[in-house]
Design a protein around this ligand. Structure first.
Ligand code: BG6
Ligand code: MG
Length: 232
């Protein structure tokens, strides 16, 4: 087996390609205030990468109000949050692509390695269009294509499958703890963007530090360690 080979690279969207993770937070905070629940950025780390309804449940738990609303009321609250969020999306343009991302995508494509996108957001196609990235990925998996949200591996495994890639020879890039768990459950190499993603195989603080040569070196070390483990 050629240890150098990388089958695919799969990106998360919110918080990796663009800073929509912050817009999700602002929109949830606004909605939560309306039912007298306060959330801060520390709590928000738990919402990153988590689906809309699962996020709402976490917020209601935080305010100890998980039993106070019917399903219809909860759906209305989630919709309200989405309306707040969509207001922020109106101002989104290609200028909002995070530093280093276009360079990274270009370097990967230059080596002929397929790239995918794995986002549990139902707004993923709107965001990609606003960023003028709708044709940048070889395959996009969004909320409409999976049943389970991150941390379940379904979304990254689906992306690898559709890119004809072996997950164990693929790289996932995430800013959320739930996303890193999803990548690791898929047995991929996990690149974390953020300083609290301790389960990442390789971690950077911000996207501008994502350097393809460094990522490849870290990936190679990881694969070599795995080969050693198999031999023992
Ligand atoms: C993820 C975000 O990408 O999408 C979460 O990290 C968000 O914060 C989730 O809740 C669902 O997004 P949407 O757009 O379908 O509400
Ligand atoms: Mg994210």
């Amino acid at each position: 087996m050629d240890e150098k080979f990388i089958d695919s690279v799969v990106f998360d969207l919110d918080g990796v390609i663009t800073d929509t993770a912050h817009y999700h937070f602002l929109a949830w905070r606004e909605m939560a205030r309306e039912i007298s629940i306060d959330i801060d950025e520390v709590f928000n780390e738990r919402l990153k990468g988590v689906s809309r309804m699962a996020s709402l449940e976490l917020i209601l738990q935080q305010g100890n109000r998980q039993k106070d609303f019917t399903l219809i009321e909860k759906e209305a609250m989630a919709e309200k949050k989405n309306l707040h969020y969509c207001q922020f999306l109106k101002g989104l343009t290609a200028k909002d692509i995070l530093p280093g991302i276009m360079e990274l995508i270009a370097a990967i494509k230059n080596e002929g390695i397929p790239i995918g996108l794995a986002s549990v957001s139902r707004n993923a196609s709107t965001v990609l269009k606003a960023l003028q990235l709708e044709n940048a990925f070889d395959y996009v998996v969004d909320a409409s294509k999976v049943k389970k949200s991150k941390p379940d591996p379904e979304i990254f495994l689906t992306a690898c499958n559709r890119l004809a890639a072996n997950p164990n020879r693929s790289i996932g890039i995430e800013d959320a703890s739930a996303g890193i768990d999803s990548i690791k459950a898929s047995e991929m190499f996990a690149v974390g963007v953020g300083n609290t993603l301790y389960k990442s195989d390789y971690q950077v603080d911000a996207t501008k530090q994502l350097n393809w040569e460094v990522i490849k070196t870290e990936y190679m070390n990881w694969r070599n360690q795995q080969t050693v483990k198999v031999m023992h």
